[in-house]
Design a protein around this ligand. Structure first.
Ligand SMILES: *Cc1c(COP(=O)(O)O)cnc(C)c1O
Length: 493
């Protein structure tokens, strides 16, 4: 297996190169040119494996050039920081409805699955590519990615990490999570402006070739940890297998029985990993793509037209407030060919809109994709209803998924065994949770944690509660035009 650019199959890379570079040189995304396959017998044989061993087994064929021993070592390290022995435990609501809890990692959101492992994959890839440079990761974040990347890369030899977040643009708890980060190789700063300003600043730094040259004199190369990196997608395939195996172990399904997965979606990374699980042999039925009021994907899956020319809504599921789902490009490539993908991406760049052929749309539906969206009121009602009916507190993103599943079941009168992916701890969005549950909301993040804890009778994750006493290491704010100088001063130390 090799990796090729979604826009040009002549641009090939090894797995290590794809991870180190992140993006293909023509701006395309790296995608494997063939897909590994596990037989049902092989999958059943994974039933007893602890999560890190399962992860190494599943990821191995998706990362040619890595050995099972090294992956096992990395996976053991990466997933030892999770607060649940199952790492991704299933919480069963009723016989046919299960929640896969992906928030037991150190930062309480599902991005830990990829970002706890990526640093090991990155360091190993740099070595495999024969490079001795320090890799400096730059991240612009709207909240969850920044902290997950900091926690993953902190004190990893051969790497440095710098996170930019919009000043005033993240929740109190999310800010504290970042500015109290420990580690000798980490840097965090607020940027005056919104998320797009921070993101544009990072992109400008990446395309500044004079700066890259100067950094190289300090033995530093820049890289990114955002979800277009194959090293972030591969680790996410694993928990679909884990969910299926847990259901087998609970006798909730028979071997080979198809399970529907419902995924709260933003950048299309998580749900695409589910499709790779399906392509590699896991019995997956429908892949239900759940969106909030930013429903560009719902429209696309229903009509074949992707149109980002629409109002952008700030919602209480901020990690899904996205109008350009970058990983969708990989899906388009699985449904067509590089010429078609290049053409569609050119249209997206120029007019913000494209329409795929009838043939591609029907292939997308045959692949099992189906889309639903929820506005704020529906999401809020869902949180209330799930809490009342099942005594379960689903976070604001997870609730968008649960709402999609309920809409799907109503529309199709079916009740297949279904798994909803829970992407964040309810405590991470305590203020919104309290509001949805009809409770008073204090302005202070820690009082919100306490109130939610009392109301749902659960202890908040210590990673969040302990922030109360954590020392602030990064109080700084910079202007958006100062970002490049800031990076250069830090890296030239
Ligand atoms: C990132 C994120 C999502 C969206 O995941 P994608 O892979 O971008 O589709 C959903 N929920 C939470 C809590 C997230 O942090």
């Amino acid at each position: 297996m090799r990796f090729v650019s979604t826009r040009n199959s002549a641009l090939t890379a090894t797995a290590a190169e794809a991870i180190m570079k992140g993006l293909a040189p023509d701006g395309g995304l790296y995608i494997p040119d063939s897909i590994p396959h596990f037989s049902l017998a092989e999958i059943e044989n994974m039933k007893e494996l602890p999560y890190p061993e399962l992860a190494a087994r599943v990821i191995l064929p998706f990362l040619p050039g890595f050995t099972e021993e090294e992956l096992l070592e990395y996976c053991r390290k990466a997933y030892s920081s999770f607060g649940s022995p199952l790492v991704a435990p299933i919480h069963t609501l009723d016989n046919d409805t299960h929640v896969l809890e992906l928030f037991h990692g150190p930062t309480c959101a599902f991005k830990d699955f990829a970002l706890q492992l990526l640093p090991y994959l990155m360091s190993a890839s740099v070595k495999k590519c024969g490079s001795s440079h320090t890799v400096a990761i730059l991240v612009a974040t709207s909240g969850d990615t920044g902290k997950a990347a900091l926690e993953g890369f902190a004190d990893v030899p051969g790497t440095k990490i710098c996170v930019f977040y919009p000043d005033g643009g993240v929740s109190d708890i999310q800010r504290l999570q970042m500015v109290t980060q420990k580690g000798d190789n980490v840097m965090v700063t607020a940027v005056k402006g919104n998320f797009d300003d921070a993101q544009s600043g990072v992109k400008a730094i990446f395309s500044d070739s004079a700066l890259s040259k100067r950094l190289l004199e300090h033995n530093v190369v820049l890289s990114s940890a955002n979800s277009i990196n194959w090293g972030r997608l591969a680790p996410q395939i694993v928990y679909y297998y884990s969910a299926y195996l847990q259901l087998l172990n609970k006798n909730a399904i028979k071997p080979g029985e198809a399970v529907d997965f419902c995924v709260p979606t933003g950048n299309f990374g998580n749900i695409l990993a589910g499709y790779f699980a399906k392509l590699s042999g896991l019995p997956v039925g429908k892949l239900i793509c759940a969106s909030n009021k930013n429903d560009v994907l719902t429209d696309f899956i229903r009509t074949g037209t992707y149109d980002r020319n629409r109002p952008f809504h700030l919602t209480m599921s901020p990690s899904m407030d996205i109008l350009i789902s970058s990983n969708l490009e990989r899906m388009l490539s699985l449904l067509s060919d590089p010429e078609t993908v290049s053409h569609l991406m050119e249209q997206l760049k120029n007019s913000g809109c494209y329409t795929v052929s009838e043939d591609m749309l029907s292939k997308l539906k045959e692949a099992g994709f189906i889309g639903y969206c929820s506005n704020e009121e529906t999401t809020s009602n869902t949180i209330r209803q799930i809490f009342d009916d099942y005594d379960y507190a689903a976070d604001t993103h997870t609730a968008v998924g649960l709402s999609a599943l309920m809409q799907h079941r109503e529309a199709n009168a079916d009740k297949n065994v279904s798994v909803v992916l829970s992407t964040a701890s309810p405590f991470k969005f305590a203020g919104s949770m309290l509001k949805c549950l009809g409770q008073k909301v204090s302005a202070n993040g820690f009082e919100q944690l306490d109130s939610l804890s009392r109301y749902i009778a659960q202890v908040p994750p210590s990673a969040l509660a302990d922030l109360r006493n954590a020392e602030i290491s990064f109080p700084g704010v910079i202007g958006r035009n100062e970002m490049a100088d800031f990076v250069e001063n830090w890296l030239a130390e």
